[in-house]
Design a protein around this ligand. Structure first.
Ligand SMILES: [Cu+2]
Length: 327
């Protein structure tokens, strides 16, 4: 079975290369496909965005080796038939037309051949769907919630509550030298080479979480939790957008995923987890001096009246936080 597939694949890839060179030579000679930007669209590019995850590699293979050759061959066949009929059977070349109608053989052929073509597409299509479905054991989960009109990212494993990711204005994007309508003020941060499960839902209307470089596109539906996954191969910044017409600011729902090294991710998690620890500081504060907690926190809290204590707490919190686990 596998050998058969590889045979078909070889034939199809040959046809694909031929078709691609026929269709695109000259027309797009100025575009070097190899220079496509990773993680974002390239101006003037015609191909799919380069892959940065396993799923996207499979999707590109399906597109390039199965769909494109079939589409190209069918288009060329129909074009050839049209030209042949126009040239051979016009009034001048064929003054006395044939009188017959119906041809059982041809009718069987043009019923069976499309069925076979669809079966070939289905085999490879299901293989791709199974790849999407068969998520390896995830390292972590991120819950992405679509709102009108922004995204929220929650990290249940790391106990990081929802991070609101807002779009940047044109001025902000230009100032930061990031792509407008793709970059967000806060990104989803994930480690490289780890399986990330993305749970997707909508808070108000249907949105869609899509990121081309990872081959992701899944609906964010209120009341439902959809699930997909990716395993980023390279560190970097990857952009996507909401892909379901969700209202007036649909175009203002950028998705930015920052893929960082494991060490950077761990540091980021530590930094994000710190605020909840600081939030619990006010409760711990009265007890802190007795336990000999951070000296920096002591002067601020010991002299404070109950009324000023909450106000003082946030300022002293960062200093007190590292000491808290030790106490
Ligand atoms: Cu949306």
């Amino acid at each position: 079975m596998k050998a058969q597939f590889s045979g078909i694949r070889r034939i199809l890839s040959g046809a694909s290369a031929l078709a691609a060179s026929l269709m695109f030579s000259g027309m797009f000679a100025g575009n070097a496909l190899a220079e496509d930007l990773l993680g974002q669209p390239t101006p003037g590019a015609i191909d799919l965005q380069p892959a940065a995850s396993e799923l996207k590699h499979h999707a590109i293979q399906f597109h390039n080796l199965v769909l494109m050759p079939i589409i190209t061959l069918i288009t060329l066949l129909v074009l050839g038939l049209l030209i042949w009929i126009v040239v051979r059977y016009n009034k001048k070349a064929n003054p006395v037309p044939a009188k017959f109608s119906h041809n059982t053989t041809i009718e069987i052929i043009w019923t069976l051949v499309p069925v076979l073509i669809l079966m070939v597409i289905a085999i490879f299509s299901f293989r791709l769907l199974f790849h999407y479905n068969d998520m390896p054991k995830p390292y972590m989960t991120v819950k992405a919630t679509g709102y009108q009109w922004y995204w929220g990212y929650e990290y249940p494993d790391q106990k990081i509550s929802e991070i609101v990711s807002l779009p940047l204005t044109k001025e902000q994007a230009d100032a930061k030298k990031v792509p407008y309508l793709l970059a967000a003020d806060k990104a989803m941060v994930v480690p490289v080479n780890q399986v990330v499960r993305v749970q997707v839902t909508g808070a108000d209307v249907i949105h869609a979480f899509a990121l081309p470089a990872f081959g992701l596109k899944i609906d964010a539906i209120p009341g439902r939790l959809n699930e997909t996954w990716f395993k980023a191969e390279k560190t970097g910044v990857y952009y996507g957008q909401c892909s379901e017409l969700c209202g007036v600011d649909h175009s203002n729902m950028p998705i930015e995923i920052q893929v960082v090294t494991q060490a950077q991710f761990d540091a980021w998690v530590k930094e994000k987890v710190a605020p909840p620890a600081a939030a619990s500081a006010p409760a711990a504060a009265p007890a802190a001096p007795a336990e000999g907690a951070a000296p920096a926190a002591a002067p601020a809290t010991s002299g404070a009246t109950p009324a000023t204590a909450p106000a003082a707490a946030p300022a002293s919190a960062p200093a007190a936080a590292p000491a808290a686990p030790a106490a």
